[in-house]
Design a protein around this ligand. Structure first.
Ligand code: DAH
Length: 340
């Protein structure tokens, strides 16, 4: 073999490299040169046939050819890869000015909204938010709230009993006794949560929600309760809201009141939401009966308290103009979508 032949091989490979128009063709050239039976591989193998005196020159020449071809292949590969990348960048370009498909945005459930709003206001006033069990004992739900077994006031709450002593709590008031046992006065707590009664029509659901509030301190009076509830109502329904306190009865408070607010829809004129009365009944409240404090181990000579219990479903229905309480529990996506 002659050095000139080697040079021809080199020139031919360079031409092939230049001619190739993509990575695949370039790879064919690479195999053709350096593969098992590639030209450069074959020439290297055939070194033995070269005259010994010629070998060093020949060897150097082969190395030079190998280096040149590898360099050319490398350069061309880089070019193709760059081209490929630019092509992809162009093809996959995103037009950020195109209108989007629109994201589905979820909404909070009306009850969750009411709980958040009320607890936010109460936390601002220094209350702590607590929770209690929904499966409750007869003791905390009734007896500790001054409602003994067989007492007629139990009839006010048509309760789901699980056993004689275990029930689904019919009021969040059950949490009052639990907290009074745990805490040392003074303290202020609110407890939002689910409650259950055997009751079902357009304004009653067997599962519903309440928010209980309890303040225990020295020198608590009805005036504290009235002013706190007035601030709470005005912050919830607006500054112009009128508040009415009516005498009532609850076994756990003495005196007891019920609290009405002017209808936020008609502002007291009378509409279908307030059934023409202009006012809406929202919660029960009162000064904690000293017996209730004593049952839970709080000295009723030193401490007094006030408490209140909100119906949250009603509050949500008024705030979001919902006419049937069942809508809150059906999980109908069309209803929930309106709450956005
Ligand atoms: N637990 C009462 C109910 O479910 C509401 C209530 C009234 C709660 C007066 C209170 C209260 O804390 O002081 O009807």
């Amino acid at each position: 073999m002659l050095l000139s032949e080697l040079n021809d091989i080199k020139e031919k490979l360079i031409k092939e490299i230049e001619k190739s128009s993509n990575l695949k063709e370039l790879n064919d050239v690479r195999i053709n040169a350096f593969g098992k039976s590639g030209v450069i591989t074959t020439v290297s193998k055939n070194m033995r046939e070269v005259e010994p005196t010629e070998r060093p020159k020949f060897g150097a020449m082969i190395n030079e050819v190998r280096k040149t071809i590898e360099e050319r292949l490398g350069k061309k590969t880089e070019e193709f890869e760059k081209e490929e990348l630019n092509k992809r960048l162009k093809e996959e370009q995103i037009d950020i000015t195109e209108p989007s498909k629109g994201l589905e945005i979820g909404a909070f459930h009306p009850i969750t909204n009411v709980i958040d709003r009320l607890t936010d206001i109460c936390v601002d006033m220094g209350f702590s938010v607590v929770e209690g069990p929904e499966i409750e004992s007869d003791y905390y739900n009734f007896e500790a709230m001054n409602i003994p077994k067989n007492h007629p006031s139990r009839d006010m709450q048509d309760t789901f009993f699980i056993t004689d002593e275990i029930l689904l709590r019919s009021q969040t008031s059950a949490v009052q006794a639990r907290e009074m046992e745990k805490r040392k006065p003074p303290f202020k707590i609110v407890c939002p949560g689910k409650t259950y009664r055997n009751d079902s029509d357009a304004t009653h659901s067997p599962i519903f929600h309440q928010l209980e509030g309890l303040v225990v301190d020295e020198n608590i009076s009805m005036a504290d309760l009235k002013s706190m509830l007035t601030i709470l109502m005005k912050r919830l329904y607006g500054e112009e809201t009128m508040i009415r306190f009516r005498p009532s009865f609850f076994p756990f408070t003495e005196p007891s009141i019920e609290v009405d607010v002017s209808c936020p829809n008609c502002h007291g004129k009378g509409c279908n939401i307030c059934k023409g009365s202009g006012m809406l009944e929202l919660l029960g409240a009162g000064v904690v009966n000293p017996k209730v404090l004593e049952i839970s181990g709080i000295d009723s000579k030193k401490y007094r308290g006030f408490a209140f219990g909100f119906g949250l479903d009603r509050t949500a229905m008024i705030l979001d103009s919902i006419s049937n309480i069942k809508s809150l529990y059906k999980n109908d996506i069309r209803f929930l979508e309106q709450m956005r």
